[in-house]
Ligand binder design. Sequence first.
Ligand code: C5P
Length: 223
Amino acid sequence: RKNLVIAIDGYSSCGKSTLAKALAKKLGFIYIDSGAMYRAVTLYFIRNNVDVNNQEAVANALEHIELNFHSRDYQSHITLNGEEVSEEIRQMPVSEYVSEVSANKLVRKDMVKQQQRMGKSKNIVMDGRDIGTTVFEDAAVKFFMTADPKIRAERRFKELQSKGDTTTTLEEVFENLAHRDYADTTRAESPLTRAEDAIILDNTELTETEQLDFALDMVHQHL
Ligand code: C5P
């Protein structure tokens, strides 16, 4: 391939999107948040009472879902059938259901196809769970991110609070992360796992600047 793809996979809330955005900005690449796509599909399923175990209903729903990114500012602004849903997809109802929806084979097939299309001709940084293993097995550089679960829960909790969520507790956030990590790593369809050639980045004790410097170093070594 002529264009460059940087794949960032890892557990929930360990700073993948923060690093991905910073890298994209620095390198002039387009940032694509694959998790936002699964979240937007989940929001559609919740709103329209789509039963994720009913394959016919899932297939039909997918035909009625159009997702678009507006990522000029390297934020993950996503629209679901024309409606801006970037804020709503981060809230707990979606977080609690997304791992079930994303385990569905038809949902994955559809999302992977769209993601591959987005990375066909442009330089991109994409973050998610299966980017280096499934979506872009031939990515130029792959990162696998991890961090202490407690630290991750605290970071996500603070983020929710700063967005005005005063009802979700730290314990609930911790439980949700643990649940998603378990579901994402044990599902049958492209489970979360480190690609053999992925560079491990544990950021428990790293600042955002240190992570970016490390990642840029790795990228320059690999290109
Ligand atoms: O990245 P984020 O935490 O927003 O992703 C939400 C959920 O979407 C994950 O917990 C996972 O179940 C699913 N996901 C996935 N494959 C991806 C990205 C996200 O299954 N590439």
